[in-house]
Design a protein. Structure first.
Ligand SMILES: Nc1ncnc2c1ncn2[C@@H]1O[C@H](COP(=O)(O)OP(=O)(O)OP(=O)(O)O)[C@@H](O)[C@H]1O
Ligand SMILES: [Mg+2]
Length: 261
């Protein structure tokens, strides 16, 4: 069965998408079978993975609104693959509208993604879920469907507020036996770090509150990340020697401890 990892933070601009993409790239390079699921209607990860090519396939909200009728073929029919990167992905998009408004009242809304993944997870080693900056139903679905949640925190702009908001939601889901008592926090990843007073203040606050959950090294800010986005690439691919790429590799080496293929 796949290990399912959600990347989250209640706040926008915390490098959730960047981190989810880098994790998928890292694991695929280690020859792991990776499925990337974009549940964010902004579809930023989808744009990068598809190189901004619109898909005729159904996007994630289309299958989630079918709720309890999801079959293996339903979710498989959404699967796309990235040319050359060996990452399958399920696209997001706005065309199905907000998931909440499309689910019928009698659908058990929180478990739809978990049920959908049961039919497909045997085909993968890892499933990486990129989520929007909110606590809306797709985020709750993702927390219930996941084994681990990795929180990202922008060092520069009160990033810890988003961690503070998501943590109680995670704790609530862990406490409820019917939700996801097995959910584990993989760690809190500081992103866009620069060695300035305000970043160090954010990091110190995080360490005071969350101690060992805070991962090291922090992911340093570099303009090359934006350039890699514009090339629909990953920083580890576009500039593998950049500070951000090295930081991501080091953190993932610690988290996954996978031998070279
Ligand atoms: N290490 C980094 N150095 C410089 N820029 C970065 C770095 N990581 C991410 N960025 C940039 O920061 C912006 C926000 O990153 P990203 O889209 O991953 O955040 P997010 O948390 O997914 O945002 P949202 O909540 O809107 O989905 C992007 O433009 C990205 O290129
Ligand atoms: Mg994002």
């Amino acid at each position: 069965m796949a290990t399912k990892i959600m990347i989250g933070n209640h706040k926008g601009g915390a490098a959730k998408t960047q981190t989810a993409l880098e994790m998928a790239y890292y694991l695929a390079k280690k020859e792991k079978r990776v499925l990337f699921i974009d549940v964010d209607p902004q579809a930023n990860a989808t744009k990068i993975l598809s190189k901004n090519t619109p898909t005729e396939k159904r996007v994630l909200p289309d299958i989630l609104i079918n709720g309890d009728e999801i079959m293996h073929d339903d979710i498989s029919s959404c699967k796309l693959d990235t040319a050359g990167h060996h990452i399958d992905y399920i696209a997001s998009g706005l065309r199905a509208g907000r998931l909440e408004s499309r689910l019928s009242d009698d659908t058990p809304k929180e478990y739809v993604l978990k049920d959908a993944l049961e039919t497909i997870e045997k085909d993968y080693d890892f499933i990486i879920i990129d989520t929007p900056p909110s606590a809306e139903i797709v985020v709750i679905n993702s927390l219930i469907a996941s084994d681990y949640v990795l929180l990202t925190c922008n060092a520069a702009m009160f990033g810890s507020d988003g961690v503070d908001k998501l943590m109680p939601i995670i704790n609530g889901i862990q406490r409820r036996p019917r939700m996801n008592p097995n959910l584990r926090v993989l760690g809190i990843l500081v992103t866009m770090y620069e060695n300035f007073i305000d970043c160090n203040q954010t990091v110190n606050d995080l360490c005071d509150k969350y101690g060992d959950f805070v991962l090291f090294p922090y992911i340093r800010r570099t303009t090359q990340v934006g350039q890699s986005n514009r090339h629909y690439s990953f920083i580890q691919e576009y500039r593998p020697r950049s500070t951000s790429a090295c930081d991501y590799r080091q953190v993932f080496d610690q988290l996954f401890q996978i031998d070279e293929p």
